[in-house]
Design a protein around this ligand. Structure first.
Ligand code: HEM
Length: 436
């Protein structure tokens, strides 16, 4: 007789946690939803890799096993949709690549693909380095920087240069920044999940929207067919859809790199041995065009640092989904309409697969790789993985190497923790730097 599968109702649930673990999970929430990722770790330790999270009406199933991820991302992927209608991401971005499914999504992905060809991205290396130089010149000769905001300026300007062909000046950046912050706060986790529907985007986010519309109009007049992502969008879609995709890509393409690079600086400042090795490597590498032309294994330590950053603190630490039909994941039957959270963070920190899972150790990447398929998934997986992964890797190594060429980063012992906003970002205070 065929074995019957346990139904979702039989899934381990967070209200079955021991009183001690239950209290610890709740205690992490003293930071508000920003601390939710820690509660997930406590729950996984107590309940295993697949469980139901219970917050009032918000009851997603968390999937945190490599096999479960493979099923959800590849083998059973048509059983899932990406964004429910009331999600703030859907309300702000509307019908963009990050919101839609099926043919509508595939058409957008196909239209954008040429902008991500590796050879084309490599041509941008010089422009990326020029932006780093310009931004670092604005830092104090010796003083403090706030890594998240310092990296945001770089990643945002790099994004617009590479993908919109637009030179974002300091004045326009400053004027638009409050709009960007408002949009990021709006799409981060919030109490709306308990209501099931977010309110309208905040009025201040209009500053960002107006900026994006201005850039679209400018590029419409000054662009070159097919030269940038924005030119490809303009050739394929009507203005409103160009707005949806451009706004989406601007956020998806810079907030993630912002998180990765700011985690890298914070973690290096707390691991002097890796700071010294990465700095030595960067300074032994050529500057300027030489650095831009470096290929493949030219910066092994810096690449290992960046990989380890994405393992321990993946900026997109969960993939949110909803089942569109009944589906079996990792031996559990999930009903149609079930919210699901694919936890990339929990899989990447699972002590069952990773040695010293919670320790920042870039050395693990110099000696080997991930312990198995779907154990390292900072860019998701399957056909809807991150379209920008190749670019993010190039940008990360160029920006980090160039910063270490230009400044000394001081070691610190200040505590460091994560906060779940639109991405999982570091909260570790300011860092001391000295320009060389
Ligand atoms: C370190 C940097 C980055 C990280 C860690 C990252 C991470 C991810 C992850 C985990 C996903 C899958 C989400 C899911 O399964 O729900 C994703 C999707 C996506 N990413 Fe990235 N990303 C990064 C950089 C970028 C860049 C630079 C761009 C664009 C220039 C970009 C654009 C996108 C888009 C459009 C998708 C959705 C793809 C689709 O639905 O077909 N990302 N990213």
């Amino acid at each position: 007789m065929a074995e019957t599968q346990p139904a979702a109702a039989d899934l381990p649930r967070t209200d079955q946690l021991s009183p001690r673990d239950g209290f610890r999970a709740l205690w992490t929430l003293r930071h508000g939803t920003a601390g939710l990722y820690e509660a997930l770790e406590v729950a996984r330790r107590g309940l295993g890799p697949v469980f139901e999270l219970g917050f009032g009406r918000f009851r997603p199933v968390v999937v945190a096993s490599p096999g479960g991820l493979r099923e959800a991302l590849v083998e059973q992927r048509e059983a899932f949709s990406w964004r429910p209608e009331g999600d703030p991401v859907a309300r702000l971005f509307r019908r963009s690549i990050l919101v839609t499914d099926g043919e509508e999504h595939d058409r957008a992905r196909q239209a954008m693909a040429p902008a991500f060809e590796p050879a084309r991205l490599r041509e941008q290396a010089g422009a990326i380095l020029a932006i780093v130089d310009e931004e670092v010149r604005r830092w104090p000769a010796e003083g403090w920087i706030e890594p998240v905001e310092a990296m945001r300026r770089i990643a945002w300007r790099v994004f617009e240069q590479v993908f919109f062909g637009y030179r974002l000046g300091q004045e326009e950046l400053e004027a638009t920044l409050p709009g960007l912050h408002a949009a990021l706060r709006y799409i981060g986790p919030g109490l709306w999940v308990l209501r099931g529907r977010a309110g309208a985007p905040p009025r201040r986010a209009a500053l960002l929207e107006e900026h994006v519309r201005r850039v679209i109009a400018w590029r419409g007049e000054h662009g070159e067919p097919g030269a940038t992502l924005l030119d490809l969008l303009l050739a394929e879609f009507a203005t409103e859809r160009v707005r949806d995709h451009a706004l989406t890509m601007l956020i998806a393409g810079h907030d993630t790199s912002t998180a990765q690079l700011s985690w890298a600086l914070h973690l290096l400042a707390r691991h002097p041995e890796w700071l010294a090795r990465a700095t030595r490597e960067a300074r032994a590498a050529p500057a300027g065009e030489g650095l831009a032309a470096l290929r493949g294994d030219g910066l092994p330590v810096i690449d290992a640092v960046l990989k380890e950053v994405l393992r321990l603190w993946p900026p997109i630490h969960v993939g949110g989904r909803r089942t569109v039909r009944e589906v079996e994941i990792d031996g559990y039957r999930l009903a149609a309409g079930q919210r699901v959270m694919l936890s990339y963070l929990l899989v990447q920190r699972d002590p069952a697969t990773w040695a010293r899972a919670d320790v920042f150790d870039p050395g693990r990447w110099l000696d080997g790789g991930a312990p198995g398929p779907f154990t390292y998934v900072p860019f998701g997986g399957g056909p809807r993985n991150c379209i920008g992964a190749g670019f993010a890797n190039l940008e990360g190594r160029l920006v980090l190497a160039r910063i270490l060429q230009l400044v000394d980063v001081a070691v610190t012992r200040r505590p460091l923790r994560g906060a779940m906003g639109a991405t999982l970002e570091p909260r570790g205070g300011r860092l001391k730097v000295r320009r060389r």
